[in-house]
Structures are given as structure tokens and as C-alpha cells.
Design a protein around this ligand. Structure first.
Ligand code: BGC
Length: 351
């Protein structure tokens, strides 16, 4: 009898201790969750910080993070690292940011065919990744449900660009076919050779012109890797090799279009007789349109992408899904922020 009573007391004591420990653990977890919902840490990895569009996007991301803090009352710590075009550097940066305890990573991958290393690391740490601007291949994107992509649909920008040119040609063929020989003779400047935006913008701008019935002749073209100085050097050469023959210059981005403008100014070429087209609507690109140098550009919304990245990263960091967010694809992995046309008539809205 005595023995039974003692055992009962002991069992009750043990039970009480277990209950107390459980209460402490649950309280601790609750406190951690509470902390996570009051503060999030986002790692931002840039392929190259001195790229004009990327540095603009970065500023928007910083601005939107501050705005998010103010409106949501949640502290956002942004850790920003520049890979300076080196994928190995970026892989090491991912390790560092995961060690620092980032709750979500926004990755502007250097080599979009080499995303698997970054994905392995993020999966091992169970940290969601939003790739942006440089799109990993589908096979990699499908490796895990916590992988997302935020960008702009390159085909959309190219078709928009092509349609503007088709309309101009239909209205007045001489606006593009200056010498009246029945064909529009163009040169085309491409960005990095493996970048989805170079490949798709190139293909669809030309395809749209052809579909629209504009007779075309490609004089020449080149890969200037998004860079102003490379584009300018190429154009200098082409103006010597093909004097008075170039009637249209199509560039995959504004920086290269600005390089073309520079070469034309050096060679006293009138902008009225040579339409130069870009994409991005960067600050300098817009200025060039306003000055009547570039004919038009297509606005790639750094503000829109920046805002989206912060809002999406915050949701994921808090363990929520992206469901219900604007522009989200059906499979809830891809986000395409729309483009807009910018010419002299509306450029002031973008400056
Ligand atoms: C932009 C380019 C930029 C590149 C970087 C493109 O979407 O149009 O200006 O250099 O992204 O990845």
C-alpha cells in the first residue's frame, strides 16, 4: 500500500516535470515565431552591381524594404552582396548568407545554367529562393516547391517594340526605309549571349517586324553584352564599313543604345534619319528619348520588380505562400511584371 502511494507520487512528480518542460519549449517556439514575424532577414545576391538596370533595381529594392518596414511594422534586414560576374563567388556568398540566418534569398544568378548549386544549398537549409532577372532553366526551377522567379517577359517587350515599328512603317514606309530601296536595312546589338532576355528580345523583335510585313535586310550585328562602350565601338566600325546604309538600330537594352547614340554623335549622324531603339527606360535612356536621340524604349519596371521581390520575400520568410499576389503564374512559381512603351510623348512620366 505504502509502496503504491510512493510510486504514485513519483509518477505524478515526473508528469508535472514533463508538463513544465513542454510548456517552456512551446513558449520558446512561440517567442521565436513572434520574433520572426516582427523581423525578417533577406539575402540579396547581385550578378554584377555595376550593371545599370541591376543597380537601379537594387535601389528600388532598398527603398521598398524601408517602405515595407514602415507600413507593416516588421523590421527587414537586407544583406546585399555583389558577385562581380563570378558564379563561384556567388556560391560562397550563398553559404555566408545562410549562416547569417537569412529567412529568404533573392538571387540574380550569374550563370543561369548553374543554379543547381545555389538550389542545393537553399534546400539543405530549407530557405526559399526567389531568382530574378536572370532566369534559371525550367529543370532547375522544378527541383523544389520553394523556388520562384520574378522578372519581365522578354517576348512581351520585343513584340511591343516590333509592333511600334510595324505601325510606323505602315503609316509611312519612308520613316524606316530612308533610301526607298524597298527594304529596311538594320543592325542589331545583343546582350550577353546566354541571357534569356537577349535571345528572346532578338528573336521576337525581328519576328514581329516580319509578321507585320516590313521588308527587312540585316546588315550586321554583334554581341555587346549589355555594355555601352562595346556597342559604341561596334557602331564606329559599322559606320565605316557600311556608310549611309544603316536605317534602323535595334538594341536589347538602353545602355547599348546609348553607345550607338555616342558613336552617331562622333560621326555627325542625324538622329532624325536613324531610329535607335532600346529596352529598360533607364534614367539616361529616358533622357536620350526626351532629347530626341533614341527614338523610343520599352520600360522594364525596376520599381515593380523591386516591390514584388520585397513583398514576396517577406511572405516566404514568414512561412506564407505567394497565393493571391498579382502577376503570379498558375503554377505559383513565376511572376511577370509588365512592360510599357516610352517615347517622346510620355517620357516625362518615367523621368
Ligand atoms: C536588362 C539589361 C541588364 C540585364 C542584366 C536585362 O533584363 O534589360 O539592361 O543588363 O538584364 O541581367
Amino acid at each position: 500500500m505504502k509502496k503504491t502511494k510512493g510510486t504514485g507520487v513519483m509518477l505524478f512528480g515526473m508528469f508535472a516535470i514533463i508538463v513544465i518542460i513542454a510548456v517552456f519549449i512551446l513558449a520558446g517556439n512561440g517567442a521565436k515565431k513572434e520574433a520572426a514575424s516582427k523581423e525578417i532577414r533577406v539575402g540579396l545576391l547581385l550578378y554584377r552591381g555595376d550593371d545599370t538596370f541591376i543597380s537601379t533595381l537594387r535601389s528600388y529594392i532598398e527603398e521598398k524594404a524601408k517602405e515595407y518596414e514602415r507600413t507593416e511594422g516588421i523590421k527587414v534586414t537586407l544583406d546585399i552582396l555583389d558577385a562581380k560576374s563570378n558564379q563561384n563567388t556567388q556560391n560562397n556568398q550563398v553559404d555566408r548568407l545562410l549562416e547569417l540566418g537569412c529567412n529568404a534569398l533573392c538571387v540574380n544568378i550569374v550563370d543561369r545554367f548553374a543554379a543547381s548549386v545555389v538550389i542545393d544549398k537553399a534546400m539543405a537549409a530549407d530557405v526559399p529562393v526567389i531568382f530574378f532577372n536572370r532566369e534559371p532553366v525550367e529543370e532547375d526551377m522544378n527541383r523544389w516547391e520553394k523556388l520562384y522567379y520574378v522578372g519581365a517577359d522578354a517576348k512581351e517587350s520585343a513584340v511591343l517594340e516590333g509592333k511600334i515599328l510595324v505601325d510606323a512603317y505602315r503609316k509611312d514606309p519612308a520613316s524606316l526605309d530612308r533610301n526607298g530601296d524597298g527594304t529596311v536595312s538594320y543592325v542589331l546589338l545583343e546582350g550577353e549571349s546566354n541571357h534569356q532576355d537577349s535571345l528572346i528580345r532578338t528573336e521576337w523583335s525581328i519576328q514581329t517586324l516580319k509578321d507585320g510585313g516590313v521588308p527587312l535586310e540585316k546588315i550586321t550585328g554583334g554581341i555587346a553584352s549589355w555594355e555601352r562602350s562595346q556597342a559604341s565601338a561596334m557602331m564606329e566600325q559599322w559606320l565605316t564599313d557600311y556608310p549611309d546604309q544603316i536605317e534602323l538600330v535595334i538594341c536589347n537594352n538602353d545602355d547599348m543604345a546609348l553607345g550607338i547614340v555616342e558613336a552617331c554623335e562622333e560621326n555627325n549622324i542625324s538622329f532624325d534619319s536613324l531610329p535607335i531603339i532600346g529596352v529598360d527606360a533607364t534614367e539616361k535612356g529616358c533622357q536620350s528619348v526626351a532629347d530626341g536621340k533614341m527614338a523610343f524604349t520599352i520600360y522594364q519596371s525596376g520599381a515593380g520588380q523591386g516591390e514584388y521581390l520585397i513583398k514576396a520575400a517577406a511572405r516566404l520568410a514568414k512561412g506564407q505562400s505567394l497565393e493571391g499576389m498579382e502577376y503570379l503564374s498558375e503554377d505559383q512559381k513565376y511572376v511577370w511584371v509588365p512592360f510599357e512603351k516610352v517615347d517622346k510623348s510620355n517620357v516625362s512620366q518615367y523621368q
